[in-house]
Design a binder for this molecule. Structure first.
Ligand code: TYM
Length: 332
């Protein structure tokens, strides 16, 4: 008999427009492997509620994220695309895990500490965010979670939550593993910090050429072109030892190899403008086909994908929760 496929699970918050950091950190690794697994791709709309309080915007973002998933090439017949809030077992399991996970562990969460440091309201949802994320993942007996580096700690917490449940109630959940793409773990934004919606330093994944141009022209290049090219040289054109070149080059090497880029950087050492113009063209060549595909996807298609995917996810999640309710002692 054929061995059952392992499970792969990832998700993106519906909190705003996707950027190339989301693509190269999470979607690209998903696309590269999802057909080898039984795969789940979630729209984390309840996670978005921790920061977004505008119902119209949230509703639009949910549609947009699904449209984005389809536009980058995810086949809804080969992955379960679903909306978190439609599968109420996620919040139900999160509560049970809340009763096992220490507050002190959550207070040490990097994402929580960062957001609070930035002045975001420290609501309880923000603190327990990783517990809901743990529930998302372990509910499906997930083996592997493709994410960017910023989510690594959250996957550790998911393992911790699974362990605590298994210890208290007997083996029930698998301990998932993160999969972080080497060389892409953190995509830098236009200011050199991590690309993030909340830092306002993004290159939008489906941006118009004007938006791409504006974003690229604002990339900070204080390292000097000399340093950029030295970096490309030093980081292994000859040796094959791939370290990260600086800001502009770090973004550029997501699209082209260092070998392909070397002459451009070497010949334009005092000319950022030429390098930026080349980056705009390379981004446009990469984004334009996805943008066109995205425009052809109708609301009806999106709605159908969400409904079908969420029904499939619900069937799996509700079977698992029946077992969980039995184990914790609330099923009579
Ligand atoms: P979110 O919506 O912040 O980001 C979605 C994915 O994009 C990756 N990412 C990046 N990767 C590299 N460089 C960057 N600059 C960059 N910015 C974002 C993130 O690492 C992530 O993989 N908590 C999750 C959503 C979530 C989830 C889940 C993910 C909820 N439940 C279960 C996986 C499994 C989040 O906020 O991602």
């Amino acid at each position: 008999m054929a061995e059952a496929k392992k499970r792969l699970f990832t998700g993106i918050q519906s909190s705003g427009t996707l950027h190339i950091g989301n693509y190269f950190g999470a979607l690209r690794p998903f696309l590269d492997t999802y057909q080898d697994y039984e795969s789940f791709l979630m729209i984390a709309d309840y996670h978005a509620l921790t920061s977004l309080k505008n119902p119209g915007e949230l509703r639009k973002n949910i549609f947009d994220v699904v449209r984005d998933y389809l536009a980058v090439g995810v086949d809804p017949n080969k992955a379960v695309i679903f909306q978190q809030s439609r599968v109420c077992e996620h919040t139900e399991l999160a509560w049970i895990l809340d009763c096992l996970v220490p507050v002190a562990m959550l207070e040490l969460g990097h994402a929580y500490k960062d957001k609070v440091a930035k002045g975001l309201e420290a609501n309880a949802g923000l603190l327990t965010y990783p517990v809901l994320m743990a529930a998302d993942i372990i509910l499906y007996d997930t083996d592997i979670v493709p994410v960017g580096q910023d989510q690594k700690q959250h996957i550790e917490y998911a393992r911790e939550a699974a362990k605590k449940f298994n210890l208290a109630y007997g083996k029930t959940f698998k301990e998932p593993q993160e999969k972080i793409q080497t060389g892409v773990a953190v995509v830098p934004g236009t200011d050199g910090k991590k690309m993030s919606k909340s830092y306002g330093n993004t290159i939008p994944l489906f941006g118009s050429k004007d938006e791409i141009t504006k974003a690229v022209m604002s990339i900070v290049t204080d390292s000097g072109p000399q340093t950029e090219v030295e970096n490309l040289r030093e980081t292994g054109i000859q040796s094959g030892n791939f370290l990260q070149p600086l800001n502009l080059g770090r973004i550029h090497t997501l699209l082209k190899s260092k070998e392909e880029l070397f002459d451009l950087y070497a010949n334009n050492q005092n000319n950022y403008k030429a390098i930026k113009e080349a980056l705009i063209e390379d981004l446009e060549a990469f984004i334009a086909p996805m943008r066109a595909k995205r425009e052809s996807i109708t609301d009806e298609e999106v709605r159908r994908v969400i409904e079908e995917g969420s029904a499939k996810a619900k069937a799996i999640a509700s079977a698992k929760m029946a077992e969980v309710r039995q184990k914790v002692g609330v099923s009579l």
